[in-house]
Design a binder for this molecule. Structure first.
Ligand code: FE
Length: 133
């Protein structure tokens, strides 16, 4: 993705466009409480896009029930759409998942997912918008 395709906004612009909860999660790397998000239990088919910029992120085909209370996926639609970053906050080392287009915090990825990838992309509902099929 080149810089022209990126969506770069000021914090003031994001504050206006996002809900307070969305801003907290996507711009301040917050986490929505488990089992409260719009999509933790959703089984409808479609594409999950970044709620901030519309970037295509995950397919319902790779969504699975992780029992964690957050939407979980085995892989992104395309590795180019996301960015992974080491996160050493809260006394743990985790891998943060961000939208490559707008830099929104999406969640984290863990190595305890099901086959075929063994990955568990643990994503906040508030960072996603389901485009139903
Ligand atoms: Fe985005």
């Amino acid at each position: 993705m080149n810089d022209k395709e990126k969506s770069i906004k000021t914090e003031e612009e994001w504050k206006k466009e996002l809900t307070p909860e969305g801003y907290h999660v996507m711009r301040e790397a917050g986490t929505e409480p488990a089992f409260t998000g719009e999509y933790h239990n959703t089984k409808e088919k479609g594409t999950y896009r970044c709620r901030a910029c519309g970037n295509e992120l995950f397919s319902s085909e790779t969504k699975f029930d992780s029992g964690t209370g957050w939407p979980s996926f085995t892989e992104p639609v395309n590795r180019e759409q996301i960015e992974l970053k080491e996160d050493k906050s809260q006394g743990k080392t985790r891998v943060e998942v961000l939208c490559r287009r707008c830099g929104a915090h999406l969640g984290h990825v863990f190595d305890d997912g099901p086959k075929p990838t063994g990955k568990r992309f643990c994503i906040n509902s508030v960072s996603l918008k389901l485009d139903k099929e």
